[in-house]
Design a protein. Structure first.
Length: 663
């Protein structure tokens, strides 16, 4: 034991760590130590000044307010012996201060600075799917941080968000309980808003559209009913008395059983505009979700477009339609939602999912920036008003359940600030700050390891697609928890679009959903050139092949293999990638503190085993349709199909990542 302590101490010294903190991930990427002798910070007082006084180790800084700089933007300039940060508002100064601290932590030179930044989106917002009882829908990192908000944790949460430019947070689940608007909940929201305000973060709430009935005791929630409008007016006044800078409402209406204007014969526009009218005098906004689909629809991917396109141009100017990046539901790979290129007269924002509902929960290392960037390669950032991300945050010590899941929170914020940053730049920044590798990258051997770790992150999303659902397959997840594979899941009586066979349509001919012009015609919702590209099985990108086509098992792929053989290779490649990830991580051992090293290692082992589970379950199941052998150069399943179909994963494995996992 003593020897171990000695060795760790030595390692700490060797790698230059002098931290007094437990390495449990609780400090996120904000690992600055308090300075012993504060630098001289002058100018505008506020959070920016406090942060720099506490953590900045360089030359004197002057914080200056100046009109003419874009909202939240800033400049950082070296002037004589000092650094001048200029912004038009306090948030801008704060973002400038964090920029400077980031330079410090990533070991960059702070001489000759001449930086000018402004965010691409005004609204950079987290969506928490937190329930009043403290559970978090699709959360894998413990309970809600808002259940009993601990001021110290709230402060770290606020700083972390502000350090990447996040400036809004929706406190509660879009499946909103009516009590979110009770006076007691509003008091709580006020206290959270007060704690977040100094960091430039506004608070928003999800609302239940039937609140006038359920909270107000009215007989209807019809948006065109005068009593209903009056009720909302009074409620909104009550909110703004408590929270003068309240941001507005997020609404999931007529979706998955939630109430909405259609229950009263009205449209999404009627519902959204009524709320927008009530919020307008207070400068509040409505984020109205387009995540709608009906059980009888022959193609769920068509639905949002069909419901929202006829309403294009009918929404009030303080309504933003919040659309998931893909047309179905946060799959590891989807094409972009065609609404983004079709709607011309309606402000839109994208909703990404940071929490890994369909990407291995908090057990799999999947760096999501490449997925989000793929979206931006189709949808021009400037056609959107804002960016929202479903948070992966809970009360676990390390916030996100997996140390590397913190990178997704970080990346979301950075991309909401500037969607043109590369995944690599962001991962690099995050790694250096999170593992304090800033100055160490100058060390050649560590530099190589750092690069392979960076590379691991960049490959991780494609690996996940490969071992879960390559070549455009989608939604083949286990029924309710969405953690593992259950392509066969189809309990009698369950609505078809909640079962995998609806999506994969495996049969003796092939695999995949025919969305071509002769199928569901989903391709028609895309611009002409893409429509043509996707519609033809010979030009459709192979990574979306089974999304748009029912692909014959013997279809010739670019590699020369048949579709079936290619599928086998892809799954197997995914498995090999997860093993390589483990090897890369193992080589990092001397340079990573023991706790985080072991926690990540344990998870990478889970991921490697899970990838085998995915490969075996999917290949063995699809093989019952393809009736073709698994190619000889592919590692053969280590499980059998019966075993896979009987396997039930313990909830503790994905819901409480702290509990570890032993299959
Ligand atoms: O992805 C699905 C989830 C639901 C979620 C819904 C939505 C909040 O499985 O848990 O509900 O989407 O986005 O509304």
């Amino acid at each position: 034991m003593k020897k171990q302590i000695f060795i760790s101490a030595l390692l700490l010294l060797l790698t230059g760590w002098s931290s007094i903190y437990a390495e449990d991930g609780s400090r996120l990427w904000l690992r600055f130590d308090n300075v012993s002798k504060p630098a001289t910070i002058t100018g505008v007082k506020g959070t920016a000044m406090t942060e720099l006084q506490t953590y900045w180790q360089g030359s004197p800084v002057l914080l200056k307010r100046q009109k003419g700089i874009a909202k939240d933007g800033y400049t950082i300039k070296s002037q004589d012996a000092k650094i001048v940060i200029t912004a038009s508002n306090d948030a801008g100064l704060l973002y400038g201060a964090y920029h400077l601290l980031r330079l410090q932590e990533t070991g960059q030179s702070c001489n000759q600075l001449n930086i000018s930044e402004q965010p691409v989106y005004d609204l950079r917002i987290l969506n928490h799917w937190d329930n009043p009882n403290g559970t978090v829908e699709r959360g894998f990192a413990g309970k809600s941080i808002f259940l009993n908000p601990d001021p110290e944790r709230m402060k770290i949460y606020a700083r972390a968000n502000a350090s990447v430019g996040i400036n809004g947070t929706v406190l509660n689940n879009v499946n909103a309980k009516p009590e979110a608007l009770s006076t007691e909940s509003l008091q709580k929201a006020k206290s959270i808003a007060d704690q977040l305000r100094p960091y430039g973060i506004r608070v928003y709430l999800s609302i239940n559209f039937a609140s006038p009935i359920k909270v107000g005791g009215l007989e209807t929630a019809d948006p065109l009913n005068a009593e209903v409008v009056k009720w909302w007016k009074e409620k909104v006044n009550e909110i703004y008395k408590l929270i003068p800078d309240f941001g507005g409402f997020l609404v999931k209406a007529n979706s998955e059983g939630e109430p909405g204007p259609q229950d009263f014969g009205r449209t999404h526009a009627d519902g959204a505009n009524m709320l927008a009218g009530v919020l307008k005098p207070h400068k509040g906004i409505v984020m109205w979700r387009a995540f709608v689909y009906a059980p009888q629809s022959p193609d769920r991917a068509n639905q949002a477009y069909l419901e929202f396109m006829p309403l294009d141009g009918q929404f009030a100017d303080n309504v933003i339609i919040q659309i998931k990046n893909g047309p179905v539901d946060f799959q590891p790979r989807e094409p972009y939602s065609p609404l983004f290129t079709a709607m011309q007269k309606t402000p839109m924002m994208v909703e990404f999912q940071i929490t890994q509902e369909y990407l291995g929960a908090a057990n799999h290392l999947v760096y999501l920036a490449p997925m989000w960037q793929e979206f931006f390669s189709f949808v021009k950032p400037q056609t959107l008003k804002a960016m929202a991300g479903v948070a992966n945050i809970g009360d676990n010590v390390n916030w996100c359940g997996h140390h590397f899941a913190q990178a997704n929170w970080y990346a979301f914020g950075r991309l909401a600030w500037n969607p043109n940053l590369t995944s690599e730049e962001i991962a690099n920044e995050w790694l250096q700050q999170t593992f304090s590798l800033g100055s160490a990258v100058a060390n050649p051997s560590l530099f190589t390891l750092h690069s392979s770790l960076l590379n691991l992150m960049l490959r991780s999303r494609e690996a996940c697609v490969s071992y879960m659902m390559p070549l455009g397959i989608h939604h083949i997840f286990a029924g309710t928890h969405h953690y593992g594979p259950e392509p066969w899941y189809a309990p009698r009586g369950l609505r078809a679009d909640w079962t995998p066979p609806y999506y994969h349509k495996a049969d003796s001919i092939g695999l995949g959903f025919d969305r071509t012009l002769t199928g569901s015609a989903n391709v028609k919702q895309y611009p002409d050139d893409l429509c043509r590209l996707y519609n033809d099985i010979n030009t459709c990108p192979e990574n979306l092949l089974a999304w748009f086509h029912h692909v014959p098992w013997d279809h010739k792929m670019k590699s020369g293999r048949t579709f079936w053989d290619e599928l086998c290779h892809k799954y197997d490649e995914g498995v090999h990638e997860t093993r390589r990830f483990l090897a890369i991580w193992d080589a990092m051992q001397p340079y990573i503190d023991a706790q985080r090293f072991e926690e990540v290692q344990r998870k990478l082992r889970i991921q490697a085993r899970d990838s085998e589970w995915w490969r075996d379950a999917c290949l063995l199941y699809f093989q019952t349709f393809s009736k073709r052998p698994i190619p000889s150069d592919v590692e053969h399943p280590v499980h059998n199909l019966d075993e896979m179909m009987r396997f039930r994963i313990p909830i503790s494995m994905y819901e409480n990542p702290e509990s570890g996992y032993n299959k």
